[in-house]
Design a protein around this ligand. Structure first.
Ligand code: CP3
Length: 354
């Protein structure tokens, strides 16, 4: 087993005692950091940044140099899988992701195959190996993937969407076709996360960013069921240590009992759920990660500290909480406010872990 100097993040996910509440931030390596913008400029474009392991490693480590974070997250994107499936991904500034060959028909889906984890996605595994080497046991590394449903929405729409017209259209009128796509994606995500774990990822997080746009029934049938299959197929122990799984359905706060029943170690929470209430419903089964409103980082340092205190108190004493935002950090946030947040979590949580 490789040694970790700071394992508070892994311990909290397993609800083992910690000295203070661990914290990391979704999209902690991103455009709010001037050094990220400089490296992205050097790479030329976003996908080249993801596909160049040394640069992906460089940006992964940037937030850790500034802030006392308890985990690193692989710098990559959830859309690497559809890109590797040949859908032709580009990111245009201000417009988000675009696919030149979206998936709309049975013939489109029949043409898709599972990408090879080393030939097509080896750059992700190389980034994981490089980052682990550079972290040198300081904090654990989080690997991640999109959920099958969330990936399917981008593949079917061909870009981000507000109303999910085409993906929900397929769900309602051609459910068998959508199931075929989700089935392939579930197998692919399982292989992808297992490859990351073998390369050195110490936690696996599933981003179900768009699960919350579904009805409860459709969520269970088209999103949760496939995440369950992934969880059943994941490597749960590697290098002598448990590899915790975190399942994050944005907007999924009212389905926490179903989420806990998948066997995940933790659930991510957005800011529309009270973390104390969430702990009462599932806190004896899983850990919780979240859930500060990302917009609080635009407020004053005093107001940020107050919000941290409120969330820590709402969760209450004891382990099982990983502090985070309820979604990714906004690009116009002042990095100094992130330091206020991270330091406040550590300082204010100590009395809760006596
Ligand atoms: O958290 C981290 O620091 C790790 C890196 C990470 C990125 N994307 C980097 C990124 C992670 C975990 C993701 C996941 C991701 N990507 C999700 C799920 C989580 C979520 O935020 O809901 C989704 C839906 C995507 C797809 C995606 N990637 C979109 C919609 C965009 C465009 C967003 C925009 O504001 O333009 C991206 C690009 C992206 N991924 C950026 C970063 C830092 C910004 C790219 C840039 O440098 O311009």
């Amino acid at each position: 087993m490789s040694k970790l100097k700071n394992d508070r993040f892994l311990r909290a996910l397993l609800r083992e005692p910690v000295d203070q509440t661990p914290v990391w931030i979704m999209r902690q390596a991103g455009r709010y950091l001037p050094e990220y913008r400089a490296t992205r400029e050097k790479a030329g474009d976003f996908m080249t940044l993801c596909q160049t392991p040394d640069l992906a490693c460089e940006v992964t480590l940037q937030p850790l140099e500034r802030f006392d974070l308890d985990a690193a997250i692989l710098f990559s994107d959830i859309l690497t899988i559809p890109d590797a499936m040949g859908l032709g991904l580009t990111f245009t500034t201000g417009e988000g992701p675009q696919f030149s060959r979206p998936v709309r028909t049975a013939a489109d889906i029949d043409k898709l195959g599972m990408p090879d984890m080393e030939d097509d996605l080896g750059y992700v595994m190389d980034a994981v190996r490089t980052i682990r080497r550079e972290l040198d046991g300081s904090v654990p590394l989080i690997g991640f993937s999109g959920s099958p449903w969330t990936l399917a929405t981008y593949m079917i729409e061909g870009s981000g969407s507000k109303d999910f017209a085409k993906s929900k259209g397929m769900l309602f009128d051609q459910p068998a076709l959508l199931h075929k796509l989700l089935d392939l994606l579930a197998d692919t995500v399982t292989e992808y996360l297992n490859a990351q774990i073998k390369a050195g990822a110490q936690t696996a997080m599933i981003f179900d960013t768009w699960g919350g746009v579904l009805t409860p029934r459709d969520y269970r049938e088209f999103s949760l069921r496939y995440m369950q299959r992934i969880i059943d197929g994941l490597i749960r122990e590697h290098d002598g240590r448990r590899v915790p799984v975190v399942l994050f359905t944005k907007g999924g706060g009212c389905w926490l009992e179903d989420i806990a029943a998948t066997g995940t170690d933790a659930a991510g929470l957005d800011w529309t759920t009270e973390i104390g209430a969430a702990r009462k419903s599932v806190g004896d089964k899983i850990a919780l990660q979240g859930n500060m409103d990302p917009s609080i980082l635009y407020a004053s340092p005093e107001r940020i500290r107050q919000e941290v205190q409120t969330i820590l108190d709402d969760f209450g004493p004891g382990s099982g909480h990983v502090f985070n935002l309820g979604h990714g950090i906004h690009q116009h946030v002042n990095p100094d406010n992130v330091k206020v947040l991270v330091d406040a979590v550590h300082e204010l949580s100590r009395p809760l872990h006596k």
